[in-house]
Design a protein. Structure first.
Length: 365
């Protein structure tokens, strides 16, 4: 789902950049078609490339972001001149709305906008909107009027972002000399890279630096999303406070696989994970009570993001939720040299959004 720039009308022969500009830095992946698959051309990243903080975005300081991006592109040997980028989840409106089934298709847009205008954080003329009808079987045929639609409703997935924000991202990539072919949300990119075309019901948990994203995906569509103001930095701060050490030292300790050799998470980390665990349980409960969909239970949890490699995390979530928990592998559908696999496995959780963005190469109209 794209906030602008629809699906391609024909395959693209050259590579495509997936650009994830997050609060803890930027990640860039270049994929290109090769023998029926997508191959990894190159990747690059810069830690702390943009200001940290839950309310900041990369376009708050475009000159700084452009400078860092140019360095990443040069050092990584990137050649593609087209890109797909992700908007921060906190700046995007996402909801499943119900609208009356229209008698003719031409009525649908007005019905959606009437309902959306009641929910959007800004006036509708200040938002870029993208919609996806979930119950397509209820739509009337082209040129024909549907009968017996009174009292019937259909579900529509609605995504929106402020026009000002979209224009800022467009300006950023124009400054870089790169064609921004599409903007989409982090959740859709994660769904593409971690779930793909699987017809499963999965909960995605993306542990970012300042925040974490949750999404329950049903048949490849994120039907429920939540943002938690807690992430990797909360865990680091808990370690720093408990052990009386600096933030940087605590962050290095968090990343050290040795501190949890017994397979158990230290108490301060367990405390820091409680808000995330609470939100996961809440999301599962809300999803179970929703109307519509096939209502099959969530089968698994896929963890990704900068803190996904935390030792003992999967075991802790599995025990707490009585559900299978897996570390997401965004490279599973990407061809790469075998010698790179150990490195790619290590950085995979951090690159899940960027990989998913670049994987739009596979999509056709």
């Amino acid at each position: 789902m794209a906030l602008f720039g629809g699906k391609k009308t024909e395959p693209v022969s050259q590579g495509l950049l997936g650009v994830d500009l997050g609060t803890a830095g930027m990640k860039v992946v270049e994929l290109a078609p090769s023998e029926g698959r997508l191959k990894l051309v190159t990747y690059g990243y810069a830690e702390q490339a943009v200001p940290t903080g839950a309310r900041t975005t990369p376009v708050d300081d475009i000159p700084k972001t452009v400078a860092v991006m140019r360095r990443v592109l040069a050092e990584g040997g990137f050649t593609a001149k087209r890109a797909v980028a992700a908007l921060p989840t906190t700046n995007v409106f996402h909801a499943i709305i119900s609208v009356p089934v229209p008698k003719v298709k031409e009525e649908l847009r007005g019905l959606i906008e009437a309902q959306a205008s009641k929910l959007l954080p800004l006036p509708i003329d200040q938002m870029v909107l993208d919609t996806n009808v979930l119950d397509k079987q209820l739509l009337p045929d082209d040129g024909k009027e549907a009968k017996e639609v009174d009292g019937k409703f259909m579900r529509v997935m609605l995504t929106g972002a402020p026009k000002v924000l979209v224009a800022s991202y467009t300006a950023l990539f124009k400054e870089l000399g790169i064609e921004l072919v599409s903007l989409e949300t982090e959740i859709f990119a994660l769904t593409r890279s971690l779930v793909g075309k699987e017809k499963s019901h999965a909960l995605l948990v993306d542990l970012g630096a300042e925040r974490s994203n949750l999404a329950i995906v049903e048949n490849g569509i994120p039907l429920l999303t939540r943002v938690i103001k807690s992430g990797g930095n909360s865990i680091t701060q808990a370690l720093s406070h408990t052990m009386g050490i600096g933030f940087d030292e605590a962050d290095a300790m968090k990343r050290d696989l040795g501190f949890a050799a017994d397979g158990k998470l230290p108490l301060p980390i367990l405390e820091a994970l409680k808000p995330i665990l609470h939100e996961i349980r809440y999301a599962l409960g809300v999803y179970a009570e929703q109307e519509g969909g096939d209502k099959a239970p969530v089968e698994k949890i896929i963890v990704t993001g900068g803190s996904a490699h935390l030792p003992g995390l999967s075991a802790f979530l599995t025990q707490s939720l009585s559900m299978n928990v897996y570390l997401g592998d965004p490279w599973a559908r990407v061809s790469a040299p075998p010698g790179l696999r150990p490195i790619l496995e290590e950085i995979g959780p951090r690159f899940a959004v960027a990989v998913g963005l670049a994987e739009r190469l596979e999509e056709k109209a």
